[in-house]
Design a binder for this molecule. Structure first.
Ligand code: SF4
Ligand code: SF4
Ligand code: SF4
Length: 298
């Protein structure tokens, strides 16, 4: 069998399909979260006026619809007709679903069904009325959606986009601290604050996937002003900030006073598997007690 992926005839068929998709797609690339990539000679391929913002376009090259326009080429440059207005669902605290930008590729539906197994969304209705919808057309927040964001990651256009839009200055690879699965992730950092999280495809535990806690729950508590950044020791009834050396000496000196069944250790589901292993070694091997438990059992 010989498979042909590119020919003039195939590109003609694709071009017609592409122009039909574009005819129902709003010409607002410069305000879309997956902004347009500029064409040759700085000509915006979507015929949106080129402005100063194009020069610093922060999200260049991430709209796959733009990539296809580049690849196939569009002959009818007046393809942006007058799309039928569609519902926008902003009910989810972490991401929006703007059906105006949706190209009905069904990647989100397949992701929710085949990757996460949740089946919160489907393609409802047919023809011009077709749209991504939940059961009984409820808002995402009133559906069984778990807010994992896996569909957002895979949406090729600006239909499913995170509410947080700041572009990170750099990324830091780390391990999620929320549970013992130990998903590998990249934290996007700007001005010393976490602006976003993406899964690490090389991560052995998660292969790029994250749950709602890892994807959307990290920035809030790490950036929170109430977060403890130094150890505290209660002195004369008042909690006082101390250095790590003083805190560790204090804990070691006090632990030394007890042994065996005078002690009980509670480990944490927010620690890694390895940390939990070390904790039970400390309890059994060092402190001589089998009183070791883990909060996940609760
Ligand atoms: S966020 Fe997760 S659960 Fe919700 S629709 Fe997307 S893939 Fe499904
Ligand atoms: S992945 Fe994006 S473009 Fe595709 S159907 Fe879902 S919302 Fe629409
Ligand atoms: S909380 Fe979620 S993202 Fe974090 S390690 Fe556990 S499963 Fe992975």
């Amino acid at each position: 069998m010989k498979v042909t992926t590119r020919s003039a005839t195939l590109d003609d068929v694709r071009r017609t399909t592409l122009e039909l998709i574009l005819s129902q797609h709003p010409c607002e690339c410069l305000v879309c979260h997956r902004r347009v990539r500029c064409g040759p000679d700085d000509i915006c391929l979507r015929q949106v006026q080129v402005t100063d913002r194009c020069v610093t376009c922060p999200s260049a090259d991430i709209c796959e619809l733009q990539e296809v326009v580049d690849y196939i080429g569009v002959e009818n440059l007046n393809v942006c007709a007058s799309p039928v207005p569609r519902d926008v669902d902003t009910s989810n605290p972490f991401f929006d679903l703007d059906r105006n930008r949706c190209i009905l590729c069904a990647r989100c539906v397949r992701t929710c069904t085949e990757v996460t197994g949740i089946q919160a969304i489907s393609l409802a209705n047919r023809g011009f009325d077709m749209k991504v919808a939940t059961f009984q057309d409820a808002d995402l927040m009133d559906s069984i959606c778990k807010s994992c964001g896996e569909c957002v990651v895979r949406c090729p256009v600006g239909a499913l986009t995170p509410k947080e839009t700041a572009r990170p200055e750099r990324e830091v690879r780390t391990t999620c601290t929320y549970c013992g699965v130990g998903c590998s992730m990249y934290l996007g950092v700007k001005d010393g604050r976490i602006t976003g999280v993406r899964g690490d495809r090389e991560g052995g535990a998660n292969h790029g996937r994250l749950c709602v806690k890892g994807r959307y729950g990290i920035a809030e508590f790490v950036n929170h002003e109430d977060r403890l950044r130094k150890p505290l020791i209660r002195k004369d009834g008042v909690l006082v900030e101390v250095g790590w050396d003083e805190a560790l000496d204090y804990v070691a000196a006090n632990l030394k006073k007890y042994s065996g069944d005078e002690l009980a250790f509670i480990s944490s589901a927010k620690a890694t598997n390895e940390d939990n292993y070390v904790m039970q070694k400390l309890a059994r091997g060092v402190m001589g007690t089998n009183n070791i438990d883990h909060c996940a059992r609760l």
